[in-house]
Each structure stands twice: as C-alpha cells, then as structure tokens.
Design a protein around this ligand. Structure first.
Ligand SMILES: C[S@@+](CC[C@H](N)C(=O)[O-])C[C@H]1O[C@@H](n2cnc3c(N)ncnc32)[C@H](O)[C@@H]1O
Length: 352
C-alpha cells in the first residue's frame, strides 16, 4: 500500500520549509531545499543518487568562465553532501546539458568544470561518462544552427557517472541490448579471429552468441512524452507540467544497473519525481527532494494516477547516419565565410 499525502496547507510556497510531502511504503517526496534534506541523511546510507540538476543557473551575464565558476560555487555544498551520504559501493549519476555563452557561438565549460571539481576537489571517481542523445532535439540555438549555419544541432547531454570508490557495485548485464542486424549477420557467418588495425586481438569468443549485446556509453532516448498519465493528471488538476523532465528510461537505466531491490536511491533535484516513480516500480527505496511545491503537486499524479500495467517499453531503434552520405564531390564545396559567420546578418542586409 502507498499513498500518504501530507497536509501542507499551513505552509507558504514563498519559502517552503523542508518537510515530507507525500510518502509510500518505499519512498517519499520532500518539499524544500535538498541541501537540508541531504544533511539529515546518515553518512554512508545511500546506494545511488541519480539526478538532473538545474542547468539554467548558468547566469547569462558574461563570457568565459565566470558563469561556470558561479555554478560550481552553488553546487559545491551539494557535492560535499553527496560524497558524505553515499555508501562506498554507491554511485552518483548527474544528467547535465551543456550551455552556450551569451552572444557568441561558443560553449560554456561549466559541466566539464563540474566533473573536474567532483573528482579533484570532492574526491569522487569518474566511473564513466555517458552521452544521452535525444533524437528529437530541435536544432537550437537557431541563430548559430539554422540561420548562420556555423554550428550543428546540440543533441547530447553528458551524464557523469561518478562513484565514492573506484569499485561501485554495477553490472552491465542489467542493461543489455538486442544485437544489431550487422552483429546478427556476423554471428551467423562467423568471425575470423585476428588482430585489428587498432592492435586489439579479437578472439573467437567474439562470435559467441550471448543473446544480447553490451551497450555503448551512448543512450539513445527521445524526450517526447505527450500522452502519459502524468500529463493527463496535470491537465485534470490544472497544474502546469514540469518544463524540464527527463524520460523515465534514463534514471531507470542507472537504477537497474547500479542498485538492487531495497536499495536507497535519492534524487535531490527531483522536479516531477520521475526517479521516485521508477523506484516505486522497481522496488527500490527512494527520496525525491524538490524546492517548488507546484512540481510536487503534479508529481502526485505519478503515484495516484499510475497505470497499473506500468509503461509499455518502446521497441524503437535509432539509426545514426554515417558522415559522408551527403558529402559533395571533391573540389565542389561552396567556400566558407572567412569570418566564421560573424557578419552574416550585415551581409544579408546589404545584399538585399
Ligand atoms: C532539471 S529539473 C529536474 C527535473 C526532473 N528530473 C524531472 O524529470 O521532472 C531541476 C529541479 O531542481 C529543483 N531545485 C533547484 N534547486 C533545488 C534545491 N536547492 N533543492 C531542491 N530542488 C531544487 C528545481 O526546482 C527543478 O525542478
């Protein structure tokens, strides 16, 4: 049995105190600053922190490193708590999108600086970097991508998988994928053991059919949730859905690979509590912290209006085109703009 909704009427949403908002037998949503919530947890008590922190904190006020440094200042106390509450076998998984510097087609370093800080200052280990490719991402920022055509679509988030020790518990057999058609053909036709040009010796074990393949550190996952019970619930209740949700399969991937049933999972920037919903379904204990009450109001729908059959896993595959399919014949490329597109607008205006 779950569904215990705490009465919050006596609190102003101006400055919400940290308090339990909703609970099940396995987990709870906590309303308030997650720094306080984390501080109240026991040392070495958490198996996995999986979260997507606010990216928008990168203030649009200057160029270069200032934004990134402010972000680190803000993040540091959370990082210290993460390192304290994690078990030695525990992991921290941070989904974080990159950001553009204002006014130029250049990128902030903030998410790279974050991972350097987490390793070099906080003492965590980078278990592996993942890239979450969202095939449905729009080509933005339009000015650089579709107008001046000097950058390409930014369609991956980095997902930093860190750990308290170099040996977090993990098993890639929990996240296996079907073989590609190319691999199926290779398994059918057999593979000649040989040394590749890279120097890797491929043994005959390579052609063993294990029934599934080990995934790469690229997660192909669209972020298109248009008809879920969460959205229906928000609509019925007149609640604006959270504007920056991640798809449930993203936390689910790491919950499956890095935790066992009964383990404790924390999402300190929980938004609409996708992580809580995943943990509830997979019988993990969970804590979801969120500052804004309105997001938690919507998140209630994930538990109260939950589809008893659970989500239907998508069978979609994505193909990524190899570079070169549209390359011009040699010598027939249009010339590049020598100033990197800087005067693009001006040139367009004067040529009209
Ligand atoms: C990118 S969103 C997370 C969205 C979430 N993954 C989902 O799918 O719904 C980040 C969230 O962190 C929350 N947040 C920011 N600072 C916080 C803090 N100090 N304590 C708790 N939540 C915070 C924001 O209100 C926002 O909802």
């Amino acid at each position: 049995m779950y569904l215990r909704h705490m009465n919050t009427d006596d609190h102003s949403s101006q400055s919400p105190p940290t308090r339990d908002y909703f609970a099940t037998d396995l987990g709870k949503m906590v309303w308030g600053d997650s720094l306080t919530t984390l501080s109240s947890l026991d040392t070495s008590s958490v198996d996995l922190i999986v979260t997507s922190p606010p990216f928008a904190l990168v203030r649009k006020k200057g160029y270069g490193n200032a934004d990134a440094d402010e972000y680190l200042e803000w993040f540091r106390p959370f990082a210290e708590q993460f390192a304290r509450v994690l078990k030695d076998s525990g992991s921290l998984v941070i989904d974080i999108g990159g950001s553009w510097n204002r006014g130029t087609p250049t990128r902030s370093l903030y998410h790279f600086k974050l991972v350097v800080m987490l390793v070099e200052e906080i003492g965590l280990h980078l278990a592996q970097e993942y890239f979450w490719w969202n095939p449905s991402k729009l080509p933005t920022p339009a000015e650089w991508v579709t107008v001046r055509r000097v950058r390409v679509k930014d369609a991956v988030n980095t997902v930093w998988w860190l750990s308290k020790t170099p040996w977090p518990k993990a098993d890639n057999r929990r996240v296996l994928q079907p073989y590609s058609e190319a691999m199926k053909t290779l398994l059918k036709n057999g593979y000649q053991p040989k040394t590749r040009p890279s120097g890797h010796a491929i043994s005959d074990k390579f052609s063993n059919n294990n029934g599934a393949s080990i995934p790469p550190n690229l997660i192909a996952l669209p972020n298109t949730e248009s008809n879920s019970y969460y959205l229906r619930y928000c609509q019925e209740q007149g609640i604006t859905p959270h504007p920056a949700r991640f798809p449930a399969d993203l936390p689910e991937y790491f919950v499956r690979m890095l935790t066992d049933e009964g383990d404790l999972v924390v999402d300190p920037f929980a938004g609409s509590a996708v992580t809580g919903e995943v943990c509830e379904r997979l019988s993990r204990r969970w804590i979801c912290g969120e500052l804004e009450e309105t997001y938690l109001q919507g998140a209630l729908g994930r538990f109260e209006a939950r589809d008893p059959d659970g989500p239907r896993p998508s069978k979609d595959w994505y193909k990524v085109a190899r570079p070169g399919l549209f390359w011009n014949p040699e010598g027939s490329e249009p010339p590049l703009e020598k100033d990197g597109g800087r005067q693009h607008r001006l040139r367009q205006k004067t040529s009209q």
